[in-house]
Design a binder for this molecule. Sequence first.
Ligand code: ATP
Ligand code: MG
Length: 675
Amino acid sequence: MRRNRKLDYLSTKEILLRVFKYALKSKALLLTSLFFLIVFSTLEIVQPLIIKKVIDDELTGISTVWVKTDESKKSILFNGEYYQKEDFDNPLAGDKYTIRIYGSEYLLIHGVVGEKDKIIEANDLVVIEKDNGETYTLEYLRLSKNDLLAFYRASVDPIIMMIILYAIISIVILISRFIQHVTFTSSSMRLTLDMRKSAFEKLNRLPIDYFTKEPKGKTVTKIIYDSEGVRGLYQVVFSVCSAVFSLVMIYSGLIYLDYRLALITLLALPFIYLWMKLYRNKINKYNRSIREMNSRINGKLAEFVNTVDIIQIFNKEEQMANEYDEMLKKNYRTKIKHLNINTLFGFDLLNLFRRLIVAGIIVYFSVQYFSVATVVAGTTIYVYIEYLEKIIGPISDIFSNLNSFEDSLVSSSRIFEFLDEKEDTGLGSVTGVKFRGDISFQNICFKYDEDNYVLNDVSFDVHAGQFVGIVGHTGSGKSTLISILERYYDLEEGKILFDGIDYHQYSKQDIRNNIGIILQDPSIFEGTIKSNIAFGMDVEDAEIENILIKIGAHKFVNELKDGIHTKVVYMGENLSTGEKQLIAFARILLRNPSIMILDEATANIDTETESMIQNALSVLSKSRTTFVVAHRLSTIKNADIIYVMDQGKIIEAGTHQELYQKEDGAYRAMYDALS
Ligand code: ATP
Ligand code: MG
């Protein structure tokens, strides 16, 4: 049924195998679920057979051979004589009688009447015709309603037994279904949980450049929605498998019931298959366009939320709203078409199909002769119709699952692709090495993509404890140089040495432990000011306050309502850039690394904050190697050495005084332009 379509990344088979591997993690749940699935599917096949047995053997079962015997537990009393149903396996001794329907009357015929033999007359004697046309006559008695009741008495006990059995089976089915549902749902929830866990752990092992290439929103979607997709796929596969299993069980029941009926029903399968293919083709087209449209609608919404300030400034609200509205309408129209196809191909047609089969079967049996055999056939038809009813369930299950199969496959493919992403190399165990702070850049060349070098043969040495300023126009490669130092990107040309040792000899964690970095827009997490400074370390309030005093940030913190316990929101939207930088400074001072890097924000900050930062910087730069990428040149006026970068190269180096003295130097030009 499924071609092995090559999806973006994995083939359908590969995806299914991997989902299966994940599912096996909760093996016990899965096996329990399967076990109870088998239990209730089997019992559901048995149930109609019990009813059939009650009707055949007991309700219409008086129309059989009876033997005149002595009184016993199984015997009934009629006209002062005891009769018992013939046990065909161990025939009883005694005179034999047969009860048969003739017209609307029951006759007690003295003698054995063959099952296929037909009564053609009942006057003084009954005249009976055999299959081959021969006739014979026997004595008989008409049975009144009261007489009949006497014969039915033999059936009371077996019927009660059967009813009890039926009830027990019903209860077992109910319980099995419940356990099956609960265990399966738990196992599928476990699956989502495991997927999300794997994906989250993966995040920590991805190289930083993954996040610069991939939009962050997309990664979030992957982890949240696509892991649901894997669960969807798991459910689809399980439902289809259990539907197929049910079908097999029902067919076994049918074959046991009447192989001819089973064959007739089997004939329907090719039609159902063809129709399923047709449906799948039609519905996939709409599914795909709905999926695309949904992601575009989400994208539009995200764009709107992210740029709402600009949109309002430019008064483009209405235009955006119209565009969004148009998309929603289009999506709505496609969904309606999708719904129409579902209704057309879905249950209604399936039900029509079933009714046609039933009608056909009834017509077939009606044209057959009317005799005892028909009554038996009647119960067979009853069971058959019950089975047909049961067939519909699994088939429509398969149908509705086909619908989401494609979506789930795409989702699963995406998340597996994510899990297979190339991981960061060079992550090792933390050895706790402490750098002195000597750094040597040797012929660093670097490019993000194939063509342009962003850094071009950069070489310079920094001594432990030095204060290094880096300046340059925007895009000259300053931040890139720092990213390389942190090993966010791996060097292909050139070398970096820490304390005279190639930085590849250290694990990335060791390097990052030794470097404190304050980025242009420091990351602030949801929590309090304290939790953002401690950032996972177990420290006393006093120590935090001490640090804040050292860097001179206590003034701004003390002005806040709850001091260091003031709540901050994600990304620090309720803090100014300067305040965020102060928190980042405190975070670093607490850890006391040997190297510190400040990538200064371009944003203008007020002079008071500026002097706070200046002050903090001078505290922190003591006793550690400090890099400051400066936009406000006042920040680095006191630097031991300033490097001026332009187009990935160092074009000037020296102290502020030295550089400012060069009349036509780049530094001087920048300095004059900024002040
Ligand atoms: P600014 O003063 O504005 O912060 P900068 O000197 O820090 O500028 P970089 O961020 O190092 O400049 O960028 C140097 C060049 O590399 C720029 O041309 C930029 O477009 C490019 N670049 C930066 N980051 C990436 C990236 N992740 N992928 C591709 N190119 C990048
Ligand atoms: Mg930068």
